[in-house]
Design a binder for this molecule. Structure first.
Ligand SMILES: Cc1cc2nc3c(=O)[nH]c(=O)nc-3n(C[C@H](O)[C@H](O)[C@H](O)COP(=O)(O)OP(=O)(O)OC[C@H]3O[C@@H](n4cnc5c(N)ncnc54)[C@H](O)[C@@H]3O)c2cc1C
Ligand SMILES: *[C@@H]1O[C@H](CO)[C@@H](O)[C@H](O)[C@H]1NC(C)=O
Ligand SMILES: *[C@@H]1O[C@H](CO)[C@@H](O)[C@H](O)[C@H]1NC(C)=O
Ligand SMILES: *[C@@H]1O[C@H](CO)[C@@H](O)[C@H](O)[C@H]1NC(C)=O
Length: 420
């Protein structure tokens, strides 16, 4: 039986960005949720993320945005620079004027910690050190599931927010495996005061040179620290190989320093400042587009990276996860005999899959833009992203991406369903 009323209880597997935001959104709609997270409460994956207006609108709607704004760095554009310190393009990541919000960069742990604090304030239960290992039965009226250590639970609805390697997904789409996109980013962290930044040079920037693209991304609210690094093609390794590379900081450092002379002075100053012990990398993985984000019973629903992990060059992974959960929470609160879960979820999935397809196209064009010059020269017209609006983004070329209000969007679907 499909649900014809808001669920009495939702089990959320995964307490990452998608899972915690969903729990907060459901709470506001008086739907009770429980979160199960494999890791311990204080786990720190490290690093920062950039969030764009489409996601900040979601975080604003659940009350998180106001609480983290002052701990984030605000900016509007990612500048593309050539070797002569000139701006060749601008990519709008946010704009209060155009899209209602500046973009922000925030450390992932700070954002997660604030969400966890809100869950505590609202008394939303979250079980740490709870790794889901199996869904033991799916439907017709409830889902049963089990955790490492043997605990078993059930709920009328289970949300898989357990990331790119999703165990929940594995229970009904076992053939889906994360795929390596053939690119990696190698990075480090430096102090702004260590760099030779030309006057009037706008950051964050992607600096283009013969050997590819180099990122200079300020972080910390005052921009005193920069995340720096380059993106390159790199052959696939097996899990043990990636693990070995992660530990080999000297190797990563040497890779980052390759072709140092070909970079403009500002990048050279970043390379000179990069400490070996802060070296890291990020191998870009995605999953192939899934035909369905729902199990046959429609009582298991995938969100975030579990449903659509995408490579990072348009910076939309987490941003899209926030869109998923905002729309889903509102939709669940609107379920009724006229708006049954099976039909409602089909609308949600098709809207979300369309958006992800467009983001993937954009990501592909951004990947091409960051290739070495010689490779870019071979690309057909249109393959490489550029801001085609007359006034460098002021026309809002990315309006389709940043403008939608997901809660409003859902109200439209509900009206449509009621009329048919
Ligand atoms: C270095 C880096 C930088 C990034 N920068 C950006 C950026 O600037 N902007 C952007 O939009 N995106 C960025 N992304 C992508 C973004 O991090 C992901 O898209 C986002 O984290 C997805 O959120 P999620 O909640 O779906 O999954 P995750 O954040 O992966 O969370 C999944 C959670 O589920 C838990 N879990 C996993 N398996 C189980 C299980 N079996 N049982 C219980 N719990 C489980 C995990 O411990 C984790 O807490 C970046 C990614 C990386 C790696
Ligand atoms: C949730 O419940 C509270 C208290 O019963 C009520 O005031 C509020 O309007 C409800 N909110 C929604 C979105 O239903
Ligand atoms: C997914 O699994 C791969 C291979 O085991 C691992 O390298 C990677 O860190 C995992 N990703 C996440 C987000 O857990
Ligand atoms: C770029 O800026 C740096 C630092 O200000 C300066 O040394 C260099 O000459 C500039 N390069 C060009 C081509 O203008």
């Amino acid at each position: 039986m499909t649900l014809t009323a808001p669920p009495t209880k939702v089990a959320i597997i995964g307490g990452g960005l998608a899972g915690l935001t969903l729990a907060l959104a459901l709470h506001d709609l008086n739907i009770s949720a429980t979160v199960y997270e494999a890791r311990s409460e204080d786990f720190d994956q490290g690093g920062g993320i950039m969030l764009s207006p489409n996601a900040l609108r979601v975080l604003d709607s659940v009350g998180i945005y106001q609480r983290i704004r002052d701990r984030s760095l605000q900016f509007d554009v990612l500048t593309f620079k050539n070797g002569q310190n000139e701006t060749t393009d601008e990519y709008y990541f946010g704009s209060e004027k155009l899209y209602g919000y500046h973009a922000i960069r925030i450390m992932r742990k700070e954002l997660l910690d604030e969400m966890k604090a809100m869950l505590r304030e609202y008394h939303i239960p979250i079980h740490y050190d709870s790794k889901l290992v199996a869904i033991t039965s799916d439907g017709p009226d409830e889902v049963k599931f089990a955790f490492a250590g043997g605990r078993a639970e059930s709920a009328p609805l289970v949300i898989g927010a357990d990331g790119i390697n999703s165990t929940v997904r594995g229970t009904f789409l076992p053939q889906v495996k994360p795929m390596y996109a053939g690119f990696m980013g190698i990075n480090s962290v430096v102090q702004r005061s260590q760099l030779r930044i030309p006057d009037g040079y706008s950051l964050p920037a992607t600096v283009m040179a013969k050997s590819g693209a180099f990122l200079l991304v300020p972080q910390k609210p005052d921009g005193s620290e920069l995340f720096i690094g380059s993106q390159r093609r790199f052959p696939a390794l097996d899990a043990a190989g990636w693990e070995a590379l992660r530990k080999d900081k000297q190797k990563l450092y040497d890779m980052l320093q390759e072709n140092k002379d070909e970079w403009p002075d500002v990048v050279q100053s970043a390379l000179e400042a990069a400490p070996v012990d802060r070296m890291g990398f990020w191998a870009f993985h995605g999953i192939p587009p899934l035909a369905s984000w729902l199990s046959d019973s429609k009582r298991i629903i995938l969100v975030g990276d579990a449903a659509h992990a995408i490579p990072p060059t348009a910076g939309q992974g987490a941003n899209q996860a926030f869109e998923d959960v905002r729309a889903l929470a509102t939709l669940l609160s609107e379920l009724s005999p006229d708006v049954p879960l099976d039909k409602a979820a089909a609308k949600w999935q098709s809207y979300r899959q369309d958006r992800i397809r467009r983001v993937l196209d954009l990501t592909q064009q951004m990947n091409m833009k960051r290739l070495p010059e010689s490779e870019r020269a071979k690309m057909p017209p249109g393959a490489i992203w550029s801001d085609k609006s007359l006034t460098r983004g002021e026309g809002g070329e990315l309006r389709w991406l940043y403008d939608p209000d997901l809660a409003q969007e859902v109200k439209k679907w509900v009206e449509e369903l009621k009329q048919t």
